[in-house]
Ligand binder design. Structure first.
Ligand SMILES: [Zn+2]
Length: 317
């Protein structure tokens, strides 16, 4: 088993403290309609966030920006080289509202989408280009497949992308990370992927913690998948005290081995881009809070170090 990072395929045990859902670069492109507050488009600003993250003990970040959605392969590679951070970059496709209605994937055949995902994992990810997402391939290989449902759930459009992810997983063993819109459809996503033959331990359902609905989280966790708790320091949804109490409840219910964390960072939050917190927030503020509220160091280590090793490793049947 290995984790595919920009530095190469690593033994899972070497990863260290990991954010399993985050964003380092998001650039505008002609084919996207991304809100301005998501853009992370300064190399130096992002680099300074990463340097502080490393200084505080951070080691690895899954960059959850998929194909054609403003992802920047060559800057991720440079960042990795200049800061020593481990980065797991993503192939896949984002929620459809982030792309213009005439974006390539909407009319593409299932096999074309699956081939894109497989080639980005095996050969190299397409590099950033404002006009053409297929302009040139980089040497960086993707280590995860990011897919999403919109408000409407598993529509035919989204099912095509999910099917492509299943095909790509079966071919490569790459882990699958999903976006849920305000926690909706996480259960359906997990069931659909598992029914398609993806092992539950290769599935990470993100943003379930946007909404405080523990019985729903438990229902999803009972399928054996990972849940990415990434609504940390986002007071527009709820306080960190509530976030901690949800985590605590999940641990008490026996699901410590299935939680991973991240910040799902955006421009309006990063210090270097003028926001209130940094990429090191979990290390400097949230982990001390977890300890204060009685979560053990061992459980914190499981969530931030051990679970990512399993969740991000390539598995083949
Ligand atoms: Zn995200």
């Amino acid at each position: 088993m290995f984790v595919r990072t920009i530095k190469g395929d690593l033994a899972p045990g070497t990863l260290g403290f990991t954010h399993c859902h985050d964003h380092l670069f998001v650039f505008k492109t002609e084919q996207t309609q991304l809100p301005e507050n998501l853009l992370l488009n300064s190399y130096d600003k992002t680099k300074n966030e990463v340097l502080r993250f490393i200084e505080k003990g951070g080691r690895c970040v899954l960059d959850a920006q998929p194909f054609g959605a403003g992802r920047h392969a060559s800057l991720l590679e440079r960042l990795c080289r200049e800061t020593e951070i481990n980065i797991v970059p993503s192939t896949g496709l984002h929620k459809s509202t982030f792309y213009k209605p005439d974006f390539w994937s909407f009319d593409a055949h299932l096999s074309e989408i699956a081939d894109l995902f497989i080639s980005e994992i095996e050969e190299g990810m397409y590099d950033y280009d404002y006009y053409d997402s297929f302009r040139r391939r980089s040497v960086i290989r993707a280590g995860a497949i990011k897919i999403a449902t919109d408000e409407q759930g598993l529509t035919e459009k989204n099912k095509k992308v999910f099917k492509a992810a299943i095909i790509a997983h079966k071919k490569t063993g790459a882990p699958i990370l999903t976006h849920t819109e305000l926690s909706k459809w996480g259960l359906e996503q997990a069931k659909y992927l598992i029914a398609g033959g993806v092992p539950s331990q290769s599935i990470i359902i993100s943003h379930m913690d946007r909404v405080i609905n523990i019985s729903k989280h438990i229902e999803v966790a009972q399928l054996g998948v990972f849940l990415a708790y990434d609504t940390i320091a986002r007071s527009k949804y709820h306080s960190d005290e509530i976030e901690v109490s949800m985590l605590k409840t999940m641990i008490q219910n026996g699901f410590c081995n299935q939680i991973v964390i991240g910040m799902d960072s955006t421009r309006e939050r990063f210090l270097t881009y003028g926001g209130p917190i940094g990429l090191d927030f979990i290390l400097t503020h949230f982990m001390p809070m977890l300890l204060k509220f009685g979560i053990s160091e061992e459980d914190i280590d499981t969530i931030t170090v051990k679970n990512p090793q399993t969740a991000l490793s390539f598995k083949r049947k």
